[in-house]
Design a protein around this ligand. Structure first.
Ligand code: RTP
Ligand code: MG
Length: 158
């Protein structure tokens, strides 16, 4: 029995509390703990438009891209590296469907079901694959060359 053995069953995912979700930080973090995620890292930032464009580069050219990057750079967000077994799917289940109307109708108790307000403003983000979570998204916020936070919480050595 070692801490490493426990950790080897855990997966990480990168979550964001988006600018609209910022007003519900307490409720969202309570949901994270209730679902037994570990918060490895947490960083509060205000993305520049360029940084938002970089994070969402995979969506470049889609009809919602400009609204999305304007919104994501419009206020503070909180980036979190979460871990637990099957974290990526577990977090996506907890946040609910992308579309706010579907979320409200079909998953009213999900985070988006409760807090999303339109097609763009859907309160939270979650990684969609393990590669994205680690190599792309966590690295974007927490890697060696990542930008300065407004506030940082780092639990990784505990
Ligand atoms: P996310 O990446 O934020 O976790 O959301 P997702 O995987 O559920 O959705 P994705 O398709 O990756 O879209 C990224 C974000 O773009 C905005 N969006 N707006 N107006 C629209 O039709 C539309 N479609 C997507 C949302 O903020 C979505 O979360
Ligand atoms: Mg996505």
């Amino acid at each position: 029995f070692t801490a490493n053995k426990l950790n080897s069953q855990a997966e990480i995912t990168l979550a964001m509390i988006k600018p609209d979700g910022y007003y519900h930080i307490g409720d969202i973090i309570a949901e994270i703990y209730k679902a037994e995620f570990r918060i490895n890292k947490m960083k509060m930032v205000h993305l520049t438009k360029q940084q938002a464009e970089e994070f969402y580069a995979v969506h470049y050219g889609k009809p919602f891209y400009n609204n999305l990057v304007d919104f994501m750079s419009s206020g503070r967000i909180v980036a979190l590296e979460l871990s637990k077994p099957d974290a990526i799917q577990a977090w996506r289940n907890l946040i609910g469907p992308t579309n706010f109307e579907v979320a409200r109708r079909e998953k009213p108790n999900s985070i988006r079901g409760k807090f999303a307000s339109d097609g763009t403003r859907n309160a939270v983000h979650g990684s969609d694959s393990s590669e994205n979570a680690k190599i792309v998204e966590s690295n974007f916020f927490f890697g060696r060359n990542s930008f300065k936070p407004v506030a940082l919480f780092d639990n990784s050595t505990l």
